[in-house]
Design a protein around this ligand. Sequence first.
Ligand code: ADP
Ligand code: MG
Length: 463
Amino acid sequence: SGRWARCMAIVKEFEEKCGTPEGKLKQIADAMTVEMHAGLASEGGSKLKMLISYVDNLPTGDEEGVFYALDLGGTNFRVLRVQLGGKEGGIVHQEFAEASIPPELMSGTSEALFDYIAEKLANFVDEEEQIFHDLASGRQRELGFTFSFPVMQTSINSGNLIRWTKGFSIDDTVGQDVVGELTKALKRKGVEMRVAALVNDTIGTLAGGRYTSNDVALAVILGTGTNAAYVERAQAIPKWHGPLPKSGEMVINMEWGNFRSSHLPLTEYDHTLDIESLNPGEQIFEKLTSGMYLGEILRRVLLKLAEEASFFGDEVPAKLKIPFVLRTPEMSAMHQDTSSDLRVVDEKLKNILEISNTSLKTRRVVVELCNIVATRGARLAAAGILGILKKMGRDTTNESGKKTVIAMDGGLYEHYTEYRKCLENTVSELLGAENASSIFFEHSNDGSGIGAALLAASNSLYV
Ligand code: ADP
Ligand code: MG
């Protein structure tokens, strides 16, 4: 029928606009490398902030003692207590607690957000075991603070928020030292704790990854948002005017979510998503690749199909008009529905969008759209990784046969199998089999929390 033909035309056009052929991905990788150079050359020289982390030493394995970590990333936050055993000792003991951030706090006041966090931390500290007191007598507790938003660091344990991302929007925090904000809240709540290190999740994941494998040289997060960090030669950072670190190295927080390039395959859906977002014009790479947005892109395509081609029948399902109603975990469940009659798709459409009685043909199109959106995101993330490997000179097999391990983390990478497979396969495809044989992906499960604790240890007052 004409209706179905119109649907297919919309799907086909979307698919074409989302195309990521190898040649395009290589152009994107090259653009990433160029922007990396520009961001390292001067402050504000690129959309890529290439932030200096003040981490010039990654964990060695000798770290010892009990340390706390607090991980504020997006929708959830975690508090950890880690006991490090020193040389060969590894992680002797760890405990954690998790809480979600109430949505109203994501756009309230700075004080309310940090008070909430400090209170959760206070509860966690209250449950502290005797072992901590025995180990730490006379010592102040120390904390690694993983804060996964763009921060202009001023030292290893201070830094000012550049802007919020991932749905947070609290005006009075912008420009403030987030360690100062946390420290004030800890005081208000009566928690005795010193923030020894401020890092973001990519830096934490890199540090946590390095603790378990010496070959970890970069870290990529794919969760609510996306970001990457890697080890740069200090000499190759023209904008760094401080003393050259002894190690000769400096970890760079790329803030790659804000990458953009004329080569990116943007569609009308991406443009409207961006314009209607809390941060229009910003985080374009993130809006194509990360968990906060994939489901929302899918919703927008489904809405267009419903409005312009009666994809779900004569009426446009009301729920489909609600921004962000379709979350990426639900999209991933539909995408990976292996039942012959696509039962999961049927159930999700019913439960989330109140769309019932869809035909199998319709459900197949939904799966195809999930595939288009996820494939584009995963392949773009792969191109970004190629860009970093090129910048590091690790995109070709060197004589030394040196391994490169990429520490990966984030809920999207962890749970969306199709996305993860596509990303890893695309990196291999772009590198070629020979070069790809020295590149390894490692899921660094909660590396960012442990990494922050490790960095608190190496920046402790008591070392
Ligand atoms: P954050 O990025 O907020 O620190 P996570 O790394 O835990 O947190 O990532 C959470 C994000 O991962 C969610 O917002 C969601 O987009 C994505 N995610 C979680 N579970 C799944 C899933 N099963 N399939 C696809 N994406 C998922
Ligand atoms: Mg996180």
